[in-house]
Design a protein. Sequence first.
Length: 189
Amino acid sequence: MQVDYDGAVRIARLAAAFDWSWTVADVEPFCAAAGWRFEPFPKTSKTLSLQVTTDLAINRQDGLARASVLEVKRWRPSRTMLNDFSVYITDVTTVGDVDADLTDAFAGLTARLTSELAEPTRWATGDDDLDQEVGWELPKSVIVLSASYPVQSPPKPTGAIRLKLINPVYQAFNDAAAEYERLEEEDEG
């Protein structure tokens, strides 16, 4: 499994220092600074996904930038909130011991990003410990390393690690929604 450790650090450093407005207008300059290519947003839905192609040394160089807009007819790059970027930082693999490779890569990436960004401020484990996340809440962005461990589904189990660059306002909204859901479940239980 290929892991682009240097690429992960480079992107995290760029995201931490970038002068974000967290609007769609940021996509072009951020992609240019990162050395990525992108196709313009389609103006056809309320959730806009933009395909990006990274320069990372891995087998899947595709990624997404996502934005939200309440009314498509009011879509404006300078006013439309950019939610996040999500890119692969490792190969998407079915070869070898995927669990062990992902565990090693996640530990190595976490260590490299911690030495660059400081101690993580977020940790999460998914259902059945199949997914892991670690993140850094920075003044201009939230940076999250997310590992999706393989599930036994045909034809072969696959796994990969993504680096997510998240709008702090969008992250706060998602955190508040998750906390509300947790409190609702407590009240019902």
